[in-house]
Design a binder for this molecule. Structure first.
Ligand SMILES: [Mg+2]
Length: 267
């Protein structure tokens, strides 16, 4: 895994904006997402992390047992509205994008080619550019890491560099206008008001298919839990969203028989 400067600096950013660390939903894995309910609520596209979310790390194939859920995601949103954004495949550490090609072939979905790692603003801009007809609030972002996937979800609503934010302060914004939210009553993780109404739905998966960065995961989870306790109503907002979009029980034995996870932090 390449050194991730934006991820390393994240605790500093979180000091000023701890809501960055709040997921909208916490689920064991993608089989627990109710994709039709998400579509009915106005979500029209999805960004998925790869390692320890859809595949084992350094592996290009879907984790056995996730096939039905993955097919449902592609069917509900359409292949052109599903994007895989990985910090391994499709980055500078993927020579000639061979891994990105392989993942795209196995998963039947495009892999974002990006120079800047998640959760940088550059990566957020690249991801939005790859889904040009979707507004941030119409997207769900699914991944297993708080400091990369959850933060990326929040930054998609404000994909600006610090320099662009300074310009905005002086009324010199360069952002292109985006459409207004369609789902007027959906709370997201960040709280109420226009800011959260523009944000994607941040979905954190907790099943770890192969051990990787366990100390960092524990630190991220602890911080996230502290922030959730500290911010008024955060836990209630997550509970309300999970009520709407999480499948508590799986339909059949095939789904239950997915490859055994190593560990789930919250499940
Ligand atoms: Mg991952």
């Amino acid at each position: 895994m390449p050194f991730n400067l934006p991820g390393t600096l994240l605790p500093l950013y979180a000091l000023f904006n701890p809501r960055l660390l709040l997921p909208s939903l916490i689920i064991p894995d993608i089989r627990h997402l109710d994709f039709p309910a998400l579509r009915n609520a106005g979500y029209r596209g999805a960004i998925f992390d790869k390692d320890n979310c859809l595949t084992l790390p350094h592996n290009d194939k879907l984790v056995p047992g996730l096939e039905d859920a993955w097919s449902a995601a592609l069917r509900v949103f359409g292949p052109s509205h599903v994007l895989i954004v990985s910090n391994s495949a499709g980055t500078r550490d993927d020579p000639a994008q061979l891994q990105a090609e392989s993942v795209a072939r196995h998963l039947h979905a495009p892999v974002l080619l990006h120079a800047a790692l998640k959760p940088s603003y550059s990566c957020a801009i690249a991801a939005l550019s790859a889904l040009p007809d979707l507004a941030p609030h119409e997207i769900i972002v699914v991944g297993d890491r708080v400091f990369t996937d959850v933060v990326l979800a929040h930054r998609l609503a404000h994909p600006r560099t610090p320099w662009a934010r300074i310009l905005t302060q002086f009324g010199l914004t360069l952002d292109r206008p985006r459409s207004l939210p369609v789902q007027d009553s959906l709370p997201t993780a960040g709280g109420s008001g226009e800011e959260s109404a523009r944000a994607p739905l941040a979905v954190l998966t907790t099943r770890i298919w192969q051990r990787e960065s366990m100390v960092m995961r524990l630190a991220e989870a602890t911080l996230m839990r502290l922030v959730e306790r500290w911010i008024d109503g955060a836990r209630e907002r997550r509970d309300a969203l999970e009520e709407r979009f999480v499948r508590r029980t799986l339909d059949n034995d095939n789904e239950k028989d997915a490859e055994k996870p190593v560990r789930g932090w919250f499940s």
